[in-house]
Design a protein around this ligand. Sequence first.
Ligand code: FEO
Length: 168
Amino acid sequence: MLSKKMQEVLNSQMNFEIYSSYVYLPMASYLKAKNLNGFYNWMQIQIQEELAHAMKFHDFIVDRGGDVIFEAIPKPNSKYNSVLEIFETAYNHEQIVTGRINDLIETALEEKDHATNAHLQWFITEQVEEEASVLSVVEQIKLYKDSPNGLFLLDQELAKRVFTPPTK
Ligand code: FEO
């Protein structure tokens, strides 16, 4: 059974994961409109991953006998001027998510909720991967910013990303 406080913060994170997918949707639109199909593929998978993260919180709340509460999702920024801006924004967003996961663990420890703490360890590992994945794209865009050929090759590389559903 989840404590009231734990249920509240887990629901907040479930909603934030849905919001994350919403943050990435206008980025995907921009990339699609620019015919950067590899970048677009990368971002589409990111959107799927965020929804999978949301469902992982959803299922955990239900499994622990909690109530799932869906909130209104805030409007995301839809104005972007460059691919670099998009990926730098995504990197900042992932750092915010990491901070939130750390805060959730603090709450789980305060509440002596070891099951939630164990569940959150998956997200700790996932966030290391999430940050590294976006940062690598940021660094490569910076490297190739004056080389259309380099950006073309990066686009081809990002086309290879595939969605792997998270383990339960
Ligand atoms: Fe769900 Fe990208 O963190």
